[in-house]
Design a protein around this ligand. Structure first.
Ligand SMILES: [Zn+2]
Length: 265
């Protein structure tokens, strides 16, 4: 539960996630601001503060920084927290996603009136037409397809040459995760899969995805890359991997798991 409209005591020592346009403020030393609100390194007029969790027995607050960011070098993608442990990454993910929600739900999408935050849950409500909104979370499937000691790796148009990963795609309305996995794989590389096995999930705040990871077995079909989406795709020997995502990401964990289970010993 995320508490907003919090009243802070002047001396409360807390960790501060100051967020501007999806980026988090870090000190020149690369650390998260810690201390009382009055000692923050930057401040913004009329900003909203939300309690978003606890870290090392201290409260963590989100402060949405609306002003123009001054020193560009001190604002970072939540991605930098990936290497700081799961707890801190999760807080950074929550901070940037809640900040985005607050910034993009000021007006009603149905009638255009001003929205108001509900005081007992994180939601915004239009007092005129009753439309209620919650922070958006977009589920996404990652699929590691294995076949006889090989894994299907692909390079999307967003990735540089030489960097490969498992297939990924967004879940569409009224689809199950499994249906989305089967459809995305067919669309992106033209192959059929079977024996889907759920592995785990990871929040991915770029800007508001929830990654879900599956292992799957190859069932048939030749690789045909979807134009504009997939630049190249191939069956890669699990013991001869190219450059792939790090183990801190769910994609990296899926590849490692495939290697451990299906790689040639
Ligand atoms: Zn409305």
């Amino acid at each position: 539960m995320i508490k907003h409209s919090v009243v802070l005591s002047a001396k409360e020592q807390a960790y501060w996630f100051i967020v501007n346009q999806g980026r988090v403020f870090l000190s020149a030393e690369g650390t998260l601001p810690f201390g009382s609100q009055s000692h923050l390194p930057i401040a913004s007029q009329g900003t909203q503060i939300c309690w978003i969790g606890e870290y090392q027995q201290h409260p963590c607050y989100l402060m949405v920084f609306d002003d123009q960011a001054t020193d560009e070098t001190q604002w970072h993608s939540a991605r930098v927290f990936l290497t700081h442990g799961e707890a801190l990454f999760q807080l950074a993910a929550r901070a940037t996603q809640v900040a985005l929600f607050l910034q993009t739900h000021r007006f009603c999408g149905q009638c255009g009136s001003a929205m108001h935050l509900v005081n007992w849950e994180l939601a915004s409500l239009c007092h005129k037409c009753g439309h209620r909104c919650y922070p958006r979370i977009a589920p996404c499937v990652l699929v590691a397809i294995v076949n006889d000691g090989k894994i299907l790796l692909a390079r999307s148009s967003r990735h540089k040459a030489g960097f490969f990963s498992v297939l990924a795609g967004f879940v569409e309305s009224a689809e199950t995760l499994e249906q989305a996995a089967i459809r995305e794989v067919k669309e992106e590389v033209g192959v059929d899969i079977t024996d889907l096995q759920y592995v785990g999930s990871q929040p991915w705040p770029f800007p508001h995805s929830l990654m879900t990871g599956f292992l799957a077995q190859y069932a048939g079909g030749e690789i045909v890359c979807q134009p504009h989406e997939i630049e190249e795709a191939y069956w890669c020997e699990l013991d001869k991997l190219p450059q792939t995502p790090g183990i801190e990401t769910l994609s990296g964990q899926l590849i490692a798991l495939a290697q451990q289970r299906y790689g040639r010993k």
